[in-house]
Design a protein around this ligand. Structure first.
Ligand code: BTN
Length: 297
């Protein structure tokens, strides 16, 4: 027999200023077991009612929410927008093989299973852009100041990294069938030992945030930004992303990761292949990927 409870999600009940202006909605978690939830949202938008359902798995502890979704994708076929949230990650993973360390219960560490049937493998950077934009837009609605995207997908507020994103492809039969979108958002943690450029929503605004409200806000924006991918509005997506690009058109210092030399340049935007376009001296243009350069800030 199902053990279930209905819990109102306050994020959608009008307490968050900017959502309530055009969106009236009610949302509930339907809890079937300790950790499995269906998120049901009744949204009244321009007098039409939409129902969004998604599958949320809440875990007390796991090595990595990305790794957990990866095993689910190997053993079965998770629903689109299956969300795995962990109170604590024992082996959180970051970009380029780094570790993602987060104080248990203070921050958001979660992954979203996003089915994909409209992108080629080499176009996955568009998803990275859409996710970065979605997180930025969600945080903007919570009033977080001075938001920027540091290429490819770090989210900064007031020059501090508050969010990291790790997107991993799920390939089936040589085709991109889904992506595992891992998001680590620093929320209520206030000390970041040995990470001078890291910050959190609370360290920046002084406000304590509700993690569920933030999670719902991010998922809502993800669904909005996904539309640009489904409709293949890549130019629009790129334009919107570049509007928020950290240090765009400003003199910046980079480290060449191959030989560790330092060079100066101006970030001009993102190429058709998803690389960072840097203008060097003498009008030389260089296109770099993540393994080649690191922006110093
Ligand atoms: C980065 O290096 O900036 C990316 C960090 C991504 C961390 C998140 S936390 C949830 C998900 N699970 C992981 O193991 N990593 C991602």
């Amino acid at each position: 027999m199902f053990k279930f409870a209905l819990r109102s999600a306050p994020h959608f009940s009008g307490t968050v200023r900017n959502y309530s202006t055009f969106l009236q909605s009610e949302a509930y978690y339907v809890q079937f077991t300790q950790s499995y939830y269906f998120f049901v949202s009744l949204t009244i938008l321009f007098n039409r009612t939409f129902i969004f359902c998604m599958h949320i798995i809440k875990l007390d502890a796991i090595d990595s929410t990305n790794s957990y979704l990866r095993s689910l994708s190997i053993s079965g076929d998770p629903d689109d927008y299956t969300v795995v949230v962990a109170h604590k990650q024992t082996k959180g993973r970051g970009q380029m093989g780094t570790a993602w360390v987060s104080v248990p219960g203070k921050n958001l560490t979660f992954s979203v299973y996003k089915k994909i049937n409209c992108l080629h493998r080499e176009e996955v950077f568009f998803l990275s852009m859409a996710v970065s934009l979605a997180v930025l837009q969600a945080l903007n609605k919570f009033g977080i100041p001075q938001l920027k995207i540091k290429w490819p997908n770090d989210i900064l507020s007031a020059h501090q990294k508050i969010c990291g994103i790790l997107i991993e492809s799920v390939i089936k039969g040589d085709k991109l069938s889904a992506a595992i979108v891992g998001i680590g958002l620093n929320v209520n943690q206030t000390g970041f030992e040995a990470l001078p450029s890291a910050g959190s929503l609370k360290s920046i605004t002084g406000i304590h945030y509700n993690l569920d409200e933030l999670l719902n806000g991010i998922i809502t924006e993800l669904k909005q930004c996904e539309k640009m991918i489904v409709d293949r509005k890549f130019e629009l997506l790129k334009q919107k992303y570049e509007q928020h690009l950290f240090r765009k058109d400003r003199p910046s210092t980079f480290t060449n990761c191959v030989d560790n030399t330092v060079f100066m340049g101006f970030i001009k935007g993102i190429s058709e292949a998803g690389k960072l376009i840097i203008a060097l001296e003498d009008e030389v243009i260089r296109e770099c990927d993540l393994k080649e350069v690191k922006l110093m800030y």
